[in-house]
Design a protein around this ligand. Sequence first.
Ligand SMILES: Cc1ncc(COP(=O)(O)O)c(C=O)c1O
Ligand SMILES: [Zn+2]
Length: 413
Amino acid sequence: MGYVRGLRCRECGAEYPPTQRTVCEACFGPLEVAYEIEAVREAFRREALATRSADLWRYRELLPVFDESSKVDLRPGFTPLRRAGNLAEALGLRDVWVKDDTVNPTNSFKDRPVAVAIAKAREWNLAAVGCASTGNLAAATAAAAAKAHLPCYVFAPASLEPGKLLLPRIYGATVVPIDGTYDDANRVALLAADRRGWGFVNINLRPYYAEGSKTLLFETWEQLGFDLPDVIVAPLGSGLLLTSLEKGIRELRELGELPEDATRLVGTQASGCAPIVRGFEAPDGRPRPVKRPETIAESLAIGDPGSGSEAIQAMRKTRGFADDPSDAEILEGQRLLAQTEGVFAEPAGGTTVATLRRAREDGRIDRDERVVLLITGNGLKAPGVWRETFPPLTPVPPTPAAVDAFLGGTGHG
Ligand SMILES: Cc1ncc(COP(=O)(O)O)c(C=O)c1O
Ligand SMILES: [Zn+2]
């Protein structure tokens, strides 16, 4: 059993054995993995981390995988935390860092939660795996399933960027292209998974899946010399990533590794699909579902977020805030990050940059605060958003005269 105590209801605290279940029988609250913290404290040593593998399994005491042989060996995680001095200067801040998850095996942070969920699917000998996806999860699940020799079924909106539908197919998955939104895809995926006994990573393996995302928090802590920043800005889709960051903070605190009040968690989504941001602003803290998401930030276009309430609680508890930049601000954020730091993020990453800019301008973030931006997906996955800004180039003939004409002048005097 490793260090896992079981599953625990986030709402009422009821405990269950660590099996394949996702909601509390007593109150229907979401379940999360609970650890034997005393035992973890004995085994989890800062000094020992340096000798461990450069992937997310370096935090194995706080991951719910018991059987080494069930791990898929794509080695996501331990991505660079880059100091972003140029971006900081451009925005009038002193201390900004970029956690660069564009370099994961399938170029998004989704390789992290998938690694844990697929390991559980193997442990339980499930016949097939799958997911409902806004794009990135599709590739991550399909790649890990390929390596694990498991059939994979991906439910996604048929309207996604072509590359995001192509990737899972290259890895050998069956793509079910749903004529509808992500929320439609999610609904039918849930039924298919239940009826066939398949493990859908973000649906019926969700409590385990969530644990993988938490490693972004642990890595940030380790890479900052066992310290957390004042602010972490994370994109919100279903809200599970941000929820998991808060769980990571809680666990480090329980281990005695963090002072009482540390990091503010800031969540961001596009103004064209901001159900969690609207819920954060409402007194009841409940997400406000969006029927027809309209944004270039496709990967965040979840109208009815499965972990929205938990994400709102996490932002409130850490005294953070929620923000929703426009598509124009998101594109500008992507461009600014690329042109100051040489990191090409997809719109989800541009969303975090845009929120940092807005929050710096209106004072929600102070110039002296240390900020980490989570850059969760690679810009090459969503090239379509640049069609208007960068229209196709007109070829230049390979002659000196043509090059001079193109550049203007001859280069002399
Ligand atoms: C690149 C990227 N960032 C962030 C998110 C949001 O993650 P979550 O659904 O856990 O809130 C997603 C979700 O699909 C994503 O693809
Ligand atoms: Zn409960």
